[in-house]
Every structure is written in C-alpha cells, then in structure tokens.
Design a protein around this ligand. Structure first.
Ligand code: FEO
Length: 173
C-alpha cells in the first residue's frame, strides 16, 4: 500500500534513475568520440546499471499496488572539458541520487511504511558503493595527471568491467 506522496516520490526516483542512464550514455558517447573504448565500456555498463535501478522501482510500485507514471527525461550534459570533468560530473550525479534516496527513505520512515523502507535499503547500500567507486577513480585520474601511459593503462582496466549477473540475466530482478 502506497500513499500518494510516496508513490510520487518513487516515480520521481524512476525518472532520476533514467536520467542517470541517459547521462552515462552521454559519457559513453564522449569516450567513443575520442576513441577510449575502455572508458566507453565502463560508462555503457554504468548506464545499464541505472536502467536496472529504474526498472527495479518500476516493478516494485506495481508489486505493491501503486501506479507508475513516467515523466519527461531531461537532456543530459553532452560536452565535457576533460576525462576528469566526466568523472566529476558523474560523482555529482551520484551525490544527487543519494540525496534523493535519503529523502525517499525519510518519507517512508515518517509514514512507517516498512515495505518501502526495506526496499530502499538496497539503494542506500548501492549508493555507498557507487560514490566510493567514482571517488576512487577520480583520485586515480588526479594521480595520472593526464599522462598518456597512465590513461591507456586505466583504459585497459575499465575495458574489463562487465554488468553484474542480476543485470544481464533479467531486465529488473
Ligand atoms: Fe542509480 Fe547510480 O544511481
């Protein structure tokens, strides 16, 4: 059972997750355009994770008897100054998502909705991991300081990233 307020906030979260997918696809396109296929692969996988995050909420709203309402997805940033600028934009996006998840959790707690609280815990943990991931990659990029060999090494590492099994096995579960 969902209140109108929680339903609206969950629907807004679906929109933010799809916007994240779109943002990471834009970053994928940027790296394709400068021929850094490993970086491009990293963001393509990241975009697929965001799709999974959105669809997980989509399915949850339906399971709990609510109604999904899809809204317009905003245009993402499409121009980047540097590799570091891409990752800083990504970290800012993840911080925004974390704030939104925390706000949703606050609402679920205020309404004493245990099903939603339990559902959102997965997202709270996921956000900790995502912010840690981007923070570490930014630290690495700052150490590399635009050195060509360092960038190529990182490109090879990021080429190995694969989507998590739960994402490749099914669209949302
Ligand atoms: Fe679904 Fe990266 O937040």
């Amino acid at each position: 059972m969902l209140s109108k307020k929680l339903q609206n906030e969950l629907n807004a979260q679906i929109n933010l997750e799809f916007f994240s997918e779109y943002s990471y696809l834009s970053m994928t396109a940027y790296f394709e355009s400068i021929n850094l296929d490993g970086f491009s692969n990293f963001f393509r996988v990241q975009a697929s994770e965001e799709h999974f995050h959105a669809m997980k909420i989509f399915d949850f709203i339906n399971t709990i008897g609510g109604k999904v309402n899809l809204e317009t997805i905003n245009k993402p940033v499409v121009e980047f100054d540097s590799i570091l600028n891409v990752f800083e934009t990504a970290l800012a996006q993840e911080n925004r998502v974390s704030e939104s998840i925390n706000h949703l959790m606050d609402t679920a707690i205020q309404e004493n909705n245990h099903a939603v609280i339990s559902f959102l815990k997965w997202y709270v943990d996921e956000q900790v991991e995502e912010i840690d991931l981007f923070t570490n990659l930014i630290a690495k990029l700052k150490l590399i300081n635009n050195d060509g060999n360092g960038i190529l090494l990182m490109n090879s590492e990021l080429a190995k990233r694969k989507a998590a099994p739960e994402i490749t096995n099914t669209s949302s579960e």
